[in-house]
Design a protein around this ligand. Structure first.
Ligand code: ASP
Length: 597
């Protein structure tokens, strides 16, 4: 090695030792006779002093050195005098008196400061990701990600799981997104698909008798760019034979509890064991299958309270099979008109027809004492004060709160109320960043009706088993069948999901049929797994959790791009490699691919 010691590890106890260091110039200060260089390597920073009276040659060379140059320095570890000790640096009680200096490489002035956590344009950071990754925050992220993944590997190894790699060039395995396709040169016209997850492969490993499998697996999903999606991401993917729901959920609960207690010891897990809530209850109370339960503002169905009011919007929602639902936002009863109008616009922007608000003045003594004078609402003339009181008490409101109500088809109403609830929680700072509200969402329906496409969909994927008792009647009433699926949710994020699987051909075929696959399609896409079911595939189940989501939760960072070494932008571009890119005409020819204009 070009160095004997790590910069960041030197302490007073090393005083008197001669060390050789190598690293980057974090900062250089020229005090005329003395030159100070903060030398940085992955472990941290140490101060080097160049004194012309002791060693003139290195001092002369140090005059030309600039930030981010790569240096090799030899010198003696020397205690600093009491007045020059820097308590902000772990190495601040010592410095290195330079005896030799070698410039290993020079650097242009970087496009942004490496030595401070300043706000830098994200695109610029991604264009120079190798410089961005030198910055302390990103360096720490890489280290914690490494350690967390190692922790996961050790945890599962200790419990008998085998890490098995599965192919990236494979055939479509559906998780509800589009596939990335790779044209085959050897078989013109044929394509590999990149796995949306190793789902079928891990099930085949159960057929193979592996019993306990895991992998830190790359998944590829060609979805429309949105918010915190990435076209490729990493999952902890695992599968167990002879296991039921409890085995998988217990395992994941222990793993996640240990991970957070180890890597985020200052944060508090809200409830242990992780609470479980059914999919239906989650939808009713929070309008979403991934509720953030760090704060209240739970929703109530108001249909029965408002069905006899004169307000047409409520009437027509109820008469057309929709819902009227709302919640109360604490302390927002005095919100100015303009901000209320903003909320209405917000709700329209997330798919609802509109928003009804009823502001409750804070000067009433109690909900029971409310009078017409205490409420402000554009619909006040359509709704009696008695109904307002009933809505207020059903939603748990107090004087001074704001009642927010949406009416319409149940899906868009829930979506809008969920978005509104999250938005208000953010504005009101209701979600404690130090709290981790883990929960399992269980009892999912096996099929969900897709209105737009007029067919049944699997909420997870088609390999999910139905709960006992529903098997006979799948075809009669698909919407009634409950599944053995579960999700791990934390702070409003879906942290993972899985299920106990189907392991019999007949049942799997029936599910494919309900999902609308023809016999030929089923054969073409799923022959391999159906065949395996014919040869003694054991009962099995598993889960996959997102490594990026885990890191975002661990680091309390709400951007997925901050926890990936080389992420893509929100529009799925890699600005460093400039991918995707055009390829040579010859390459296309070889692949037998023609690009349509
Ligand atoms: N393959 C599923 C997913 O990627 C997880 C699972 O069912 O194990 O979401």
């Amino acid at each position: 090695m070009l160095k004997t010691t790590e910069c960041g590890e030197l302490r007073s106890a090393n005083s008197g030792q001669t060390v050789q260091l190598a690293g980057w110039v974090d900062r250089r200060r020229d005090h005329g006779n003395l030159i100070f260089i903060d030398l940085r390597d992955r472990s941290g920073i140490v101060q080097i002093v160049f004194n012309p009276e002791i060693n003139p040659d290195p001092h002369r060379l140090a005059e030309s050195v600039r930030n981010e140059w790569v240096l090799q320095v030899s010198g003696q570890v020397t205690p600093r005098s009491a007045d020059t000790v820097n308590t902000n640096m772990p190495t601040g009680t010592i410095e290195i008196v330079a005896e030799e200096l070698v410039v290993l490489n020079e650097s242009k002035t970087p496009p942004f400061n490496i030595n401070e956590e300043s706000d830098v344009d994200e695109l610029l950071r991604m264009r120079y990701r190798y410089l961005d990754l030198r910055r302390p925050g990103m360096r720490d992220m890489l280290q914690i990600r490494h350690k967390a993944v190692k922790y996961i590997r050790d945890f599962l190894d200790a419990r008998g799981f085998l890490d098995v790699e599965t192919p990236i060039l494979i055939k479509s395995t559906p998780e509800g997104a589009r596939d990335y396709l790779v044209p085959s040169r050897l078989y013109p016209g044929k394509f590999y698909a990149l796995p949306q997850s190793p789902q079928q492969l891990k099930q085949l490993l159960m057929a193979a008798g592996v019993e306990k499998y895991y992998q830190i697996a790359k998944c590829f999903r060609d979805e429309d760019p949105r918010g915190d999606r990435q076209p490729e991401f990493t999952q902890l993917d695992l599968e167990m034979s002879f296991a039921d729901e409890e085995d998988i959920l217990d395992l994941i609960e222990s793993l996640y509890t240990e991970l957070f207690e180890t890597f985020a010891p200052d944060r508090r897990i809200l409830q242990k064991p992780f609470p479980r809530i059914s999919f239906n209850e989650a939808m009713e109370r929070f309008g979403t299958d991934r509720p953030d339960i760090r704060y209240g503002m739970e929703m109530s169905d108001l249909g029965s309270l408002v069905e006899n009011t004169d307000f047409r919007v409520f009437q027509s929602a109820i008469n057309t099979g929709g819902i009227v639902k709302g919640f109360s936002a604490p302390g927002l009863g005095e919100m100015p008109r303009r901000q209320l109008d903003d909320l209405v616009e917000f709700v329209k922007g997330v798919g609802a027809q509109g928003l009804v608000y009823i502001a409750l003045a804070s000067d009433a003594n109690s909900i029971a004492d409310l009078t017409e004078d205490n409420i402000k609402s554009p619909v006040a003339k359509f709704i009696s004060i008695d109904v307002v009181k009933q809505i207020a008490s059903k939603t748990g409101a107090n004087p001074g709160d704001l009642l927010l109500i949406v009416a319409g088809p149940s899906k868009s109403t829930n979506t809008a109320l969920d978005a509104l609830r999250r938005e208000l929680a953010e504005r009101l700072h209701l979600a404690d960043p130090n709290v981790l509200a883990f929960m399992f969402v269980v009892d999912w329906p096996l099929f969900i009706w897709n209105e737009e496409e007029n067919r049944w969909d699997s909420p997870h994927h088609p390999f999910t088993a139905p709960q006992a008792g529903y098997e006979q009647e799948l075809e009669l009433d698909p919407g009634a069948a409950m599944s053995r699926a579960y999700d791990l949710v934390c702070n409003g994020l879906e942290a993972g999901g899985g299920s106990i699987r189907i392991h019999q051909r007949d049942l799997q075929n029936r599910v494919f049929q309900i999902l609308g696959y023809t016999q030929e399609q089923t054969e073409a896409r799923f022959k391999q797994i159906l065949d395996a079911f014919d040869y003694g595939t054991p009962p099995h189940g598993g889960i996959a959790t997102g490594i990026e989501r885990l890191m975002m939760l661990l680091l309390n960072n709400d951007s997925i791009r901050e926890v990936i070494a080389f992420p893509k932008t929100q529009s799925f571009i890699d600005p460093l490699f400039e991918a995707p890119d055009f390829v040579e005409e010859g390459q296309l020819k070889e692949l037998g691919v023609r690009v349509l204009e």
